[in-house]
Design a protein around this ligand. Structure first.
Ligand SMILES: *Cc1c(COP(=O)(O)O)cnc(C)c1O
Length: 370
């Protein structure tokens, strides 16, 4: 039965919720009905139970060691997805500050974040890549940020367009850098100390839907006003160790297991980055060596390691591509309507073999149909 369930799995290139590591899924299956030693399922357990509190702290500590997060930062497990962060960030850090918040707009998710921030205060879009249908990120000389900006916000990996910053954008020293890392959290080692706040909904690269991780520098916790709705104030969650109200217990449990998988099975984030680069190169090589049959959406210097986006010569070929890919167990490859074409999401948990199979399929398909 076990082998059968695992053997039934296709290579799933969904953008999110997305592929999870098989060892994590199998462990969850084995522990779901009765958590070892607990006499009940985690799904049935109080979030105040010491067993769960230990699970939450364990997840936090694994993230801290995996990502090298110091005690200058709080690690919060919240609900409301990335979308709530679009509002919570400006509610805490922009509202009534008398300042303007700087935003870099390189895709759909940044655009949505800007729309929400405008409800809270003054927004300065310091770079907007929309005129090129979001196919690139700016260079440092392409934008400037005021020294007194409330913060600088960017989305590291635009999931829909497949455009990723190769390194953090330039930011004045006293301006907190704020990052939506929803679709590339833990895909490589980063220096957390460059950030004021970095957050990610889990369901792309970190775990199941339902939990959003927020890593926030502790001095920023003081900026939220007591008059904010309680849930929206980061300080409440930090003071209560993410138990201000019932946290998403199941999602935190699984996210902790994914982080452990990264640490123990993969060997840490440097090792993960190396694998991610290898995987992405397979797909981008297939695009570049197709003689123009495939057209990549992102400019080569900011191609995403997580979401490869490309188009085919016409809609009929695209439909044939999707159908023939599915017949080879390569599924969920249809691109987002705003970009069209194909999107292959190759998050941490996507096996190298899955990407190799897709790359081989792409090359065969191009040869047959060019
Ligand atoms: C998916 C995604 C979001 C939205 O996440 P929700 O949890 O659905 O609110 C925001 N930003 C990025 C980069 C995403 O990939």
């Amino acid at each position: 039965m076990t082998a059968t369930a695992t053997a039934q799995r296709a290579y799933n290139f969904s953008a999110g919720p997305a592929v999870l590591p098989v060892p994590v899924l199998e462990e969850v299956r084995d522990e779901l009905v009765c958590l070892p030693g607990a006499r009940c399922s985690l799904l049935e357990m109080s979030h105040r139970d010491k067993t769960f509190v230990d699970i939450l702290h364990d997840a936090e500590n694994t993230l801290r060691s995996l990502m090298n997060i110091s005690d200058d930062y709080a690690v919060l497990f919240l609900q409301g997805g990335a979308a709530l962060q679009f509002s919570m960030i400006p509610a805490n850090l922009l509202r009534d500050s008398g300042k303007s918040a700087a935003y870099i707009q390189t895709g759909t998710w940044g655009k949505k974040a800007i729309a929400e921030a405008k409800k809270e205060g003054s927004v300065d879009v310091v770079y907007d890549a929309s005129a090129s249908n979001f196919n690139h990120v700016p260079r440092a000389q392409d934008y400037s940020v005021a020294d007194d900006a409330a913060y600088l916000y960017f989305c590291n990996n635009e999931t829909i367009q497949g455009v990723q910053f190769p390194s953090e954008p330039e930011c004045p020293a006293d301006v907190p850098l704020i990052c939506d890392a929803s679709s590339d959290f833990m895909h490589r080692a980063i220096d957390i100390n460059k950030y004021g706040l970095i957050y990610a909904c889990a369901q792309k690269n970190a775990g199941p839907a339902g939990v959003t991780v927020v890593v926030i520098r502790r001095d920023l916790l003081e900026r939220g006003s007591d008059s904010l709705p309680g849930y929206l104030n980061y300080k409440n969650h930090a003071d209560a160790d993410s138990e201000w109200n019932t946290p998403p217990t199941f999602s935190i449990w699984v996210l902790g297991k994914v982080a452990k998988w990264l640490q123990n099975d993969i060997g840490g984030l440097e090792a993960m980055e190396k694998i991610n680069r290898e995987k992405a190169a397979m797909l981008y090589n297939a695009i570049d060596q197709s003689g123009g049959f495939y057209t990549g959406h992102a400019k080569p210097d900011c191609r995403s390691l997580m979401n490869a986006t490309f188009t085919l010569p016409n809609d009929d070929l695209q439909s044939a591509f999707l159908a023939e890919a599915a017949a080879q167990d390569l599924v969920s490859l249809k691109g987002h309507r705003s970009v069209g074409g194909i999107r292959a999401s190759i998050y941490n948990a996507m096996p190298v073999q899955g990407v190799q199979t897709l790359a081989n399929f792409m090359t065969d398909f191009a040869t047959k149909n060019a």
